[in-house]
Design a protein around this ligand. Structure first.
Ligand SMILES: [Fe+2]
Length: 228
């Protein structure tokens, strides 16, 4: 699927996996799934938030084909469906720096074999300027892995929520609205994957979602108007 516009400065450049029926050899995917990556263009620099499962890496690389330069690649979560194409994106853009949490760093070095010189760790609350747009990183430990972080784009009031508010659902639409099928998929996702981490999720919800956000795009599934 080609890149899709969310705002003038934010594009979805992920992949929709219509045919996948099992996740982690455990979780059934009756409605497929999707891998969401987001391109954020500031006046001076450009960042990509997450990648896609390596099985669909060609979708992401094609969407980025005409991009002349990438300054930052943000790894919010090291699980393969989001991080699996990091090596290919770093190879395609040798000038790019990988931004990740302190806990993610040894994971991307060990599992994705990213050169230490390509990695810059960011602290909880740290900001990185893209010129007239800013990325602010919010640590979200155990939502649902220890290294997870969310990314706030304050000028657009967008919070990239990683697996928090995710759902396994394949659709060509960019937004789910109040579609009951997506809301049911999100409720199932929470029950199957997130529920054991409910205390950490409550903490993250209180600290990250209280402000007036316009959008909270997840790393899988679609943004909902009224998440369950
Ligand atoms: Fe995950």
């Amino acid at each position: 699927m080609p890149a899709r516009t969310i705002t003038e400065r934010v594009q979805w450049v992920g992949a929709v996996d219509w045919n996948r029926r099992l996740f982690d050899d455990l979780v059934p995917l009756p409605e497929g799934t999707s891998y969401n990556a987001y391109l954020v263009r500031g006046s001076e620099q450009t960042a990509l938030i997450d990648t896609v499962d390596p099985a669909l890496q060609h979708n992401l690389l094609e969407a980025l084909e005409s991009l002349p330069r990438l300054d930052y690649l943000v790894c919010q979560h090291v699980e393969q469906d989001h991080s699996g194409t990091i090596p290919q994106v770093l190879a395609r853009f040798p000038e790019a720096t990988l931004l990740c949490s302190t806990k993610a760093r040894p994971m991307v070095e060990e599992h994705l074999h990213v050169e230490p010189s390509r990695i810059r760790t960011v602290a909880d609350g740290e900001t990185v300027s893209l010129g007239d747009r800013t990325l602010q990183f919010i640590y979200a430990p155990w939502v649902h892995w220890p290294e997870t972080m969310l990314t706030l784009l304050p000028e657009e009031r967008i919070l990239f929520t990683c697996d928090f508010l995710g759902s396994h659902f394949a659709t060509s639409r960019l937004l789910a609205g109040n579609d009951p099928a997506v809301i049911n998929a999100a409720a199932r996702y929470y029950a199957e994957i997130m529920m054991p981490f409910a205390p950490a999720i409550r903490t993250t919800s209180r600290s990250s979602t209280g402000s007036s956000l316009t959008s909270s795009p997840p790393a899988t599934g679609r943004s909902m108007t009224s998440p369950p």
